[in-house]
Write a protein that binds this ligand. Structure first.
Ligand code: HEC
Ligand code: HEC
Ligand code: HEC
Length: 440
């Protein structure tokens, strides 16, 4: 036997031993377990909605387990990671490719411990958050999924480079970064706060997008909800910080943003957050939205990189009626900068020069976090890909300009929007646009 081979086997043995050690907690027998009083569905749930369906929506399983344009829950959505691409799985009751033949324990283990049908799951599946769910809630979700129409079809095979294609490697990651902990109610806080905490952490997994990660891809708990980048978008700081977070938003603004995707005088939800509102938060009961607001108010303030937008105090109908043309400019004026000219031609029709949406308050730009972040990352993302949000049966649509505009066009209009609505000197360059363009 060659020495290299021996070393290889020795390394494998060490990792295997680590995996067995790490596995002990996951393989603990699933006996009855205490259920936190705030788990389950809320008291104000309309009778017509099944408990499992409500919880599946609150946990937003559909967002990831649906391919673009595909059947809900049939899986196949691609997740591009730095070391390759993985695909979400089929959660319909098909017995071969879905969860139709899964035992309760196997399902609970996948959702809360990250042990799937082929071994350890990658944390693109947020078991790191779902670990906090009660067993009853996970099984209610399973019962709901079993009522769906079975769809046959395996998602594409994962395409990961070595060594990341070795699922046992995740055992080592779990060992370093994952504690499988159930939600523990805090007796010193109100029932409402605890419900909000359960919704945000166990079900809604807000931190998976809003909390920055360390180099090992684990969430930095000290910077909880202080803002992070996700698929090129910025999941802003939602701590109670007054200038960087949402500390200065009113309760009503936070509640409206979460349930409708738009906070009057503040931002509209675009990109991944539009999906969260569309598939998940718009279905929460008023009591649960209120619980989330109460909880978010208490999140320790963390100063972050980009300040939130200043609020605007406009009567939208008056502002719409008096939409002045930008002072000192006419649309044909040659003195307009390139960005200003592009805005005049392609944006002002919907957004108006004063930034108050013409058809819909969702298109209001003033006060938005996106136009107040000099890096312009979210702005560029909206311009490249557009965004759409359907709430209560009404769709808000911002078209993408990625096809029509060159990188420098996008940089020019982004910098104009930043200086005009955010009063900030924009720093967007064509190189940045090009990088964001090729990232997704
Ligand atoms: C943020 C995206 C995301 C969300 C939200 C999400 N999943 Fe997943 N899930 C994935 C991905 C990606 C995989 C595949 C991971 C892998 O291959 O390692 C997966 C895998 C699974 C598996 C394992 C399947 C198998 O064959 O091993 C189950 C079961 C599962 N998810 C159930 C759920 C349920 C139930 C919910 C909602 C409570 C949910 N997921 C929410 C992304 C997500
Ligand atoms: C899939 C990733 C993702 C998840 C999960 C997520 N968010 Fe977001 N969130 C974002 C992104 C991206 C934005 C920025 C949206 C934009 O550019 O308009 C955002 C914006 C927000 C904002 C507005 C902040 C501002 O300054 O404009 C609030 C409030 C918010 N999220 C709360 C939540 C809460 C509460 C949860 C959990 C229930 C949650 N988010 C879950 C990605 C996410
Ligand atoms: C057909 C109407 C329409 C046109 C044209 C249009 N937009 Fe939009 N835009 C919208 C709507 C509606 C939204 C809100 C979408 C959502 O997030 O729900 C929006 C959202 C945005 C946002 C995000 C606001 C936030 O709070 O996150 C920015 C920035 C933006 N548009 C800039 C532009 C620029 C710059 C142009 C021109 C290049 C443009 N838009 C053209 C309708 C339009």
């Amino acid at each position: 036997m060659k020495v290299r081979q021996l070393i290889g086997y020795a390394a494998l043995a060490v990792v295997a031993a680590a995996a067995v050690w790490a596995g002990r907690a996951w393989l603990a027998p699933a006996g009855p377990e205490p259920r936190p009083p705030v788990a389950g569905t809320p008291a104000d749930l309309p009778a017509a909605i099944a408990h499992g369906e409500y919880l599946a929506k609150a946990a937003d399983c559909v967002a990831c387990h649906t391919a673009q344009g595909g059947t809900p829950y049939a899986g196949g959505r691609a997740f591009r990671l730095p070391f390759g691409t993985i695909y979400s799985t089929n959660l319909t009751p098909d017995r071969d490719s879905g969860i139709g033949a899964w035992s309760d324990d196997a399902f609970v283990n996948a959702v809360r411990a990250g042990v799937g049908s082929h071994g350890r799951l990658y944390p693109a599946m947020p078991y790191t958050s779902y670990a906090q769910m009660s067993r009853d809630d996970v099984l209610a979700i399973k019962r709901y999924l079993l009522t769906l129409r079975p769809i046959a079809g395996e998602p594409p095979a994962n395409a990961l480079s070595f060594p990341f294609d070795q699922r046992w490697g995740m055992a080592v990651w779990n060992l370093a970064f994952f504690r499988e902990q159930r939600f523990m109610p805090d007796g010193s806080k109100s029932v409402e706060w605890n419900r909000g905490a359960y919704l945000a952490t166990a079900l809604g997994h807000c931190g998976e997008c809003h909390t920055p990660r360390n180099t090992g891809f684990a969430m930095k708990s000290r910077d909880y909800l202080s803002g992070a980048e996700i698929e090129g978008w910025k999941a802003y700081n939602t701590t109670a910080d007054q200038s960087y977070g949402i500390g200065s938003w009113t309760d009503e603004q936070v509640a409206r943003y979460l349930s409708l995707g738009h906070a009057p005088g503040r931002s509209s939800a675009s990109g991944p957050m539009a999906d969260v509102v569309e598939h998940s938060l718009q279905y929460l009961t008023p009591g649960d939205i209120n619980a989330l607001v109460v909880y978010l108010r208490s999140v320790a303030p963390v100063a972050g990189a980009s300040r939130a937008g200043a609020t605007i105090d406009l009567d939208p109908s008056a502002a719409r009626a008096s939409n002045a043309v930008l002072p000192g400019s006419t649309l044909a004026a040659s003195g307009m900068s390139r960005g200003e000219r592009l805005f005049a031609g392609d944006c002002a029709g919907c957004h108006q020069w004063n930034g108050v949406g013409r058809q819909t308050e969702y298109a209001t730009l003033v006060g938005s976090h996106a136009v107040n972040d000099p890096s312009g990352a979210a702005l560029v993302q909206v311009l490249l890909h557009g965004t759409s949000l359907t709430v209560g049966g009404r769709t808000q649509q911002m078209p993408g300009f990625g096809e029509a505009y060159s990188d420098s066009d996008i940089a020019a209009v982004a910098n104009f929007v930043l200086s005009h609505f955010g009063s900030k000197q924009g720093t967007v360059t064509a190189e940045q646009v090009s990088a964001q363009r090729s990232a997704n």
